[in-house]
Write a protein that binds this ligand. Structure first.
Ligand SMILES: O=C(O)C(=O)C[C@]1(C(=O)O)C=C[C@@H](O)C=C1
Length: 374
């Protein structure tokens, strides 16, 4: 366990807190509470968030706006039946409840420019939200922390290309909670300025993950591959700089926004190409059992034979499925020195283990598994 036996809980998908502090979980079976300690922990690395443009700073949402969203402004103003006017507060209808969950009046940050796949993921999660483009992943996290936006949507893994490690690391250096996830089918297109033919393309610009997902087809084209911040940014630069020798790998929406011609759709090597995005917020959601819940945790392990096997057994013993396991270097202490009576002193790499499991923290079996792990 990390730092003197404490388990660091990263978050649950809407379950556990992500910052420092102590969560008290009520054991429903025993009627008592126990605490899961989790530490706020930085690597001593300065946050290199770039300043957010003035115009993207939101006007604070007023109480009046909120009550209008709920469709019950009259109820708040009057609160009761008025004999003279015979007016009653308007009752909430099902439509009023749908609007906030669809993202009405919610600002969602994503990394990239309009037309990026991350923006499409934000709109899949909250179809009515206002999307807010950010330059870097770091800025996206910061925008939520600083209340510039309400949510962030960040890619965490791709079905063919694997994990997006940068975001695993950033999850630990920011105080945010995972409140959901969204999966997006990613269809990459090769695009260029109108009039440019495939044979005229000498280089292809895109996000490194997008280029990796199209590796086979790009290698066949025999072009230079250039990394950009995001797929839509690649399309935008071709249009703004009138790059007639370049193509971009980006979405259909990006081609429309930046006025490029699509030369080929389905550029990804595997037709099933899905990216999983996390939805992050300042506040956790309350765990329930009304729908499937996932919980995400992160921990380190002491030295010893079979410790990872034993750690994972706490879940399997309770019939809890693990959906993801990821390990990252423990950057605070990347190497540990272990002295063995037979082999002398050796240096081992030290890891953080990230685990997603399918259970809600309201379930005793999940609470017991975490207590056991701790
Ligand atoms: O550049 C974009 O359009 C993004 O949204 C980023 C990103 C990624 O980081 O993986 C998202 C989905 C695709 O897998 C390719 C790129």
């Amino acid at each position: 366990m990390l730092d003197g036996g404490k388990m660091i809980s990263l978050d649950g998908v809407g379950i556990l807190g992500g910052g420092g502090g102590l969560i008290c979980l009520k054991r429903r079976d025993l009627g008592r509470s126990y605490g899961v300690c989790f530490l706020k922990w930085r690597y001593g690395r300065p946050l290199c968030a770039k300043p957010v443009e003035d115009e993207s700073v939101p006007v604070p949402i007023s109480a009046a706006e909120l009550s209008r969203v709920a469709g019950n402004a009259e109820a708040l103003e009057r609160g009761r039946w008025n004999r003279e006017s015979n007016a009653l507060p308007r009752q909430l209808s099902a439509t009023d409840l749908v609007a906030p969950s669809q993202g009405l009046n919610i600002r969602v940050a994503y990394q990239g420019l309009p037309g990026a796949f991350s923006e499409a993921a934000a709109l899949k999660a909250y179809p009515l939200c206002e999307t807010v483009p950010c330059e870097e992943f770091d800025v996206t996290f910061k925008a939520v922390e600083m209340s510039v936006v309400d949510r962030a949507v960040l890619p965490i893994e791709n079905s063919s290309d694997g994990s997006i490690h940068r975001n695993y690391d950033l999850l630990l250096s920011h105080r945010l909670h995972i409140v959901g996830e969204v999966q997006l089918a990613v269809n990459h297109c090769l695009m260029a300025l109108p009039g440019v033919k495939k044979e005229g393309i000498k280089r292809v610009l895109s996000h490194p993950n997008a280029l990796a997902q199209c590796e086979f087809k790009l290698n066949k084209l025999e072009v230079i591959q250039q990394n950009m911040h995001d797929t839509a940014g690649a399309a935008q630069i071709i249009a703004s700089d009138n790059l007639r020798d370049a193509g971009a790998i980006a979405s259909v929406q990006a081609a429309e926004i930046y006025g490029l011609n699509i030369l080929e759709k389905g550029m990804q090597d595997l037709s099933d190409n899905v990216t999983r995005f996390l939805i992050l917020a300042r506040e956790p959601i309350i765990p329930g059992t009304d729908r499937p819940f996932k919980t995400s945790i992160v921990f380190t392990l002491d030295e010893g034979p079979g410790v990872l096997f034993k750690a994972l057994a706490v879940f399997s013993l309770r019939n809890i499925s693990l959906t993801k396991i990821e390990s990252r270097p423990q950057r605070k202490r990347p190497l540990k020195v272990v002295t063995d009576s037979n082999h002398g002193t050796a240096k081992y790499f030290d890891y953080l283990f990230y685990i997603d499991f399918e259970a809600s923290m309201i379930e005793p079996r999940a609470q017991n598994a975490l207590a056991h792990l701790q």
